[in-house]
Design a protein around this ligand. Structure first.
Ligand SMILES: Cc1cc2nc3c(=O)[nH]c(=O)nc-3n(C[C@H](O)[C@H](O)[C@H](O)COP(=O)(O)OP(=O)(O)OC[C@H]3O[C@@H](n4cnc5c(N)ncnc54)[C@H](O)[C@@H]3O)c2cc1C
Length: 621
């Protein structure tokens, strides 16, 4: 959608644009696509507010409504359908309706001589022939000859890991067992799970919240506010019981309620581009290459950012705005050349400004609060977990101005757009990139990319009602020793073992090109038109296979198996994740340029390219 929009904007600026055909191929639905498809259930909600969501760039060719071009503004002018307030988290299908409508409006507003032609089908192959590209659809039923192509295939499915294969094989051996592979909840056959049965769920992230919504609200359950303010779950009797776990045993925490307008641009206090340049220079001097060690060189700087937000908020709460500003100013003065403040100095500053008694906001401790602990029995763990989640809901509702912890976590979230400059295209040492992807990124998502507070509060009610149970930290999922079961248990909680006949992998598959099952991507790999991005330490020769699709820097030309950038093939979005970072956020912010918009524009310009006025530009159909 973004590439289409930017292309139409750029085509207005090219005088010789007549005769251009843009084929928009999607196998699900145009505009909305798979993630936002309009037929999904209403309890699957977007993770951004209606005021934040938009697909349009600031210079969109479509006229903005009187109150802007967010989903909230759009919904206010629809003759039918729900209206959303700025702070509502809308159902995904409603954002999908908006996206579909924008798609149709963009089509209609295409400049003279330019046609946008939607094609509903699966692209299964792409090859070079006769100086152009041939796109094969539906395994050969149709073909399109084109001059250039953009891969924007988003999330796809992956081959199972050895562990997943073992679980699936166990399932095959025992009729009656079900194993649901990683996917998005809207595509899982959750309706088939019987009421009352125990279902094991692996993963406590956003897909877990979706699965929970489908199996509770989606089964007719309701939530009711009690006189004491607590939320209570009123079961319909049609729910299964969920035994859900993860490494940490902690579900994704709530997003704080925003106090200001939604922002996409990071405003780092310390983690600036110039600091990153200095760190790279130091690394080059010390190690011979500018690749950074994320945990040793960047995480301490992120900690500085968190401390600044956290103690600044705490001082302000206790002693007023002026005192908060004074703390922040003193803190910034204490930041050293490499973006850090000595721990003892942080403690001294905090004490000096009247907050001597606060626990430090350490990412690892917050994301793994049960690490190394044991619990006497399942109820002891449940009480601890519900207590923690209840406090989290209260902090999220208080917002970033009244909760130091949420101020710090929102800072962590807002730094995400700054990370590509550090991580992309081998910006980290190979082993450090692995560590970033496997350790830091999951913790940062858990703490700062969670659902709205209302969903966490509902989870607390479900834990209290016994509909959802979390066995404890380091949950293990295995084939049952008794036939006809999967086992879920936590080694830290005696008595937590549960048997289930269904195991759900509550995780959207990440990007991993060699394991991707998409026929299109498989064919492109087989013929060498695309390749996996491998990051290499130029000094030691150490390599790390990232799983991302190899592309150049902007305009993101696809790199073939021989290492050559393509002139006619580009890629954007999830497919390039791990080569780049932060490629998943597919929405902008009203009136603001977003990274997505910028990337899409670079591709649009390259698509027009120096041959834009050439006859060969006319796309054959
Ligand atoms: C469950 C879920 C919820 C999310 N919620 C949010 C959110 O609230 N806010 C947010 O900013 N981001 C969210 N995201 C991130 C999401 O990745 C982006 O919002 C956005 O959808 C990414 O856009 P995309 O076009 O890159 O990929 P997608 O939206 O995945 O679109 C890719 C499209 O390509 C089609 N396709 C793929 N291969 C082929 C083929 N071979 N032939 C034809 N068509 C093909 C697919 O059908 C799909 O429609 C969510 C992601 C998931 C998985």
């Amino acid at each position: 959608m973004s590439v289409l929009e930017r292309l139409l904007i750029r085509l207005r600026q090219v005088p010789a644009a007549a005769g251009v055909v843009i084929w928009a191929v999607d196998q699900v639905e145009h505009g909305s696509g798979r993630i936002w498809r309009t037929s999904q259930d209403p309890w699957l909600a977007a993770n951004a507010t209606a005021a934040e969501l938009t697909i349009r760039s600031p210079d969109s060719p479509l006229a903005a409504g009187p109150d802007g071009d967010s989903l909230a503004a759009w919904s206010a002018h629809q003759p039918v359908g729900p209206r959303f307030g700025p702070h509502d988290y809308p159902p995904r299908r409603d954002y999908g309706r908006y996206l579909h409508q924008v798609f149709e409006q963009l089509r209609a507003a295409a400049p003279a001589g330019v046609r946008v032609r939607p094609v509903l089908g699966v692209a299964t192959d792409l090859s070079r022939a006769g100086g152009g590209l041939v796109l094969t659809l539906d395994h050969g039923r149709r073909q399109l000859r084109v001059n250039r192509a953009v891969l924007a295939t988003g999330h796809s499915d992956l081959e199972p890991t050895a562990g997943q294969r073992a679980l699936a094989a166990h399932c095959d051996r025992h009729p009656g067992l079900r194993y649901l592979r990683p996917s998005i909840a809207a595509d899982m056959p959750l309706d088939e799970l019987p009421a009352g049965e125990t279902v094991a769920v692996r993963g406590l992230g956003l897909t877990f919240y979706d699965v929970v919504a489908c199996l509770t609200t989606g089964r007719g359950g309701r939530f009711q506010r009690e006189a004491d303010g607590r939320l209570r779950y009123l079961a319909s009797g049609r729910e299964p019981r969920l035994a859900a776990g993860s490494r940490s045993g902690l579900p994704f925490l709530a997003r704080p309620e925003l106090t200001g307008p939604p922002q996409l641009t990071p405003h780092p206090v310390v983690l600036t581009e110039s600091l990153v340049d200095r760190l790279r220079e130091r690394a080059a001097g010390q190690r011979g290459s500018g690749q950074l060690d994320f945990s040793a060189e960047i995480e301490p700087v992120i900690q500085t950012e968190l401390d600044h937000a956290y103690y600044g908020c705490a001082v302000q709460l206790r002693r007023g705005r002026r005192a908060g500003e004074q703390f922040r100013s003193d803190f910034r003065a204490a930041v050293g050349r490499w973006g850090t403040v000595d721990r003892a100095r942080v403690a001294q500053l905090a004490a000096g400004h009247g907050v001597p008694d606060l626990a430090e906001p350490r990412i690892a401790a917050l994301a793994r609060p049960f690490s190394g602990q044991t619990f006497a029995r399942p109820s002891a763990f449940r009480d601890r977990l519900t207590c923690l989640l209840r406090a989290d809901v209260a902090a999220a509702r208080a917002g970033t101005a009244a909760s130091p912890l949420k101020a710090a976590m929102e800072t962590l979230r807002s730094l995400r757009p700054a990370l590509p400059g550090i991580v992309d295209f081998g910006g980290l040492l190979p082993q450090s990139q692995r560590d970033f992807l496997n350790r830091f990124a999951p913790m940062s998502f858990l703490l700062s990319a969670g659902p709205p507070a209302a969903q966490v509060e509902r989870l607390v009610a479900l834990l209290e009602a016994g509909i959802v149970e979390v066995p404890g930290p380091s949950a293990r999922f295995s084939p049952g020793d008794r036939p006809g079961s999967f086992v879920v248990c936590s080694p830290a909680v005696p008595g937590s073992r549960r048997l289930a006949r269904t195991l759900v992998e509550a995780r959207a598959p990440g990007g991993d090109l060699p394991k991707d099952t998409s026929p299109l991507l498989r064919n492109l790999r087989r013929t060498g038109l695309i390749s996996e991005y491998v990051t290499t330490d130029p000094v030691t020769g150490e390599r790390y296979r990232t799983g991302g699709l190899a592309v150049t820097g902007a305009p993101y030309r696809v790199i073939d198996a021989a290492g050559r950038p393509a002139e006619d093939l580009y890629a954007i979005g999830v497919l390039t994740q791990n080569t780049r970072w932060f490629t998943q956020v597919g929405t902008g912010r009203p009136g603001q340029g977003s990274p997505l918009c910028r990337d899409a524009d670079a591709i649009a310009l390259a698509l027009l390219g120096p041959t834009a006025a050439d006859d060969t530009w006319n796309l054959a159909g």
